[in-house]
Design a protein around this ligand. Sequence first.
Ligand SMILES: Cc1cc2nc3c(=O)[nH]c(=O)nc-3n(C[C@H](O)[C@H](O)[C@H](O)COP(=O)(O)OP(=O)(O)OC[C@H]3O[C@@H](n4cnc5c(N)ncnc54)[C@H](O)[C@@H]3O)c2cc1C
Length: 413
Amino acid sequence: MSLTSQSGFDYVIIGGGIVGLTLAHRLKALAPNASVAILEKEPHLAEHASGRNSGVLHAGFYYSADSLKARFTSQGNRLMQRFCDEYKLPINRCGKLVVASEPGEVAGLEELKRRGDRNGVELHWVTIPEMEKIEPNARTIERALYSPTTATVDPGKICNKMGELLQDGGVKIFYDTSYQGLEARNCLKTPNGSMEFGYLINCAGLHADKIAQDFGFSQDLTILPFKGLYLKYSGSRPPVRTNIYPVPNLENPFLGVHFTVTVDNTVKIGPTAVPAFWRENYAGLSRFSFTELIRIGFLEGRLFLTNAFNFRKLACEELRKYDMRHFRELAARLVKQFDSAGFTQWSRPGIRAQLLDLKNDKLMQDFVTQGDAHSFHVLNAVSPAFTCSFSMAEYVVARIMHLTRRRNTVECH
Ligand SMILES: Cc1cc2nc3c(=O)[nH]c(=O)nc-3n(C[C@H](O)[C@H](O)[C@H](O)COP(=O)(O)OP(=O)(O)OC[C@H]3O[C@@H](n4cnc5c(N)ncnc54)[C@H](O)[C@@H]3O)c2cc1C
């Protein structure tokens, strides 16, 4: 669609990932007469995190009860499963086990169970024989946790279906059209011309912090990209039929190397959380940015020296995972038998748009949203934002309606 034929839109959303798409869907449901446009810098939807994630619909037991993640995950899981059923999109309701590899990790399982109970999530203790009925190859100490509502989906298919429905409903999607700054208060620049907007919603994933800064938000926040690499099983006997996760370190937002069974029953191990050097640092020098390298290199160097949030240990442990042998050893701890020779192919990596709070050098654990009567910014849409997206969209659109009713107020969460 050409920009020149368009004068302006009531709502302009930056970003054609799952967050921008579900927000557009919710806006159209509540304000069917409003004109809505999505600007996407890539030639198609879901080129970044939304098309490069593990595809797991999480159940919601990792997060502390007061968090937005706890509030959105279980409802988001149900809504996304319903969407897949309604549009006949593939879904693998294969559940998930969380196992302890050492006696010291059993306390971690207990904490997850407590969080699950507080968040109202269905999560069961299983004995070793019960666990073996679910997954004969899983290995644990004493007992394990079983989550029946965890499922896997095809994230790319979901985004494309959503794009199709939005266009049928009158939402305009402009591809190859990046937001390049503001020309005037209600007019933005793109390489294809300028566009006027009544209200701007920023769902730009890895670039959301910079865009928010143009609107006076995200002043003490910056995105620190972490790369997620996977190894895909290519042998003849898939090692597992359910997702198997270790007990995570709840001090940081990553879940550790685990087994994922995708919708087509492919098995992957990963993802890593390796500090990346520029925002779209997927492989080699592709999408290289010198200014980002300087900025992110400086930040990572500082975190390494000060060892904030144990960054030194995290970075060293994660960098070791480039060694396939070590990567496979971490996964092998979760199962009885592990066919190392079957895990030799890297699959498509993803990069987390992880927010760092510059005031205290801490990684933000929860989703962050900021906005006023003129614009709204979804920051730190890290995992499980794919699972949460429908539910998060309800929340964000309600906030926007509230803010635009009461002009001149500013809100940060
Ligand atoms: C390795 C990995 C594994 C994950 N696993 C899971 C999982 O199993 N389950 C789960 O629930 N979540 C998972 N997540 C998290 C999930 O993928 C993300 O939270 C979610 O996809 C975020 O969606 P988004 O729309 O905010 O971002 P994105 O998908 O990154 O979309 C942002 C869009 O904005 C566009 N954009 C950026 N800048 C501009 C600009 N200037 N102009 C126009 N467009 C712009 C980008 O091109 C992009 O398409 C995972 C993430 C990663 C990286």
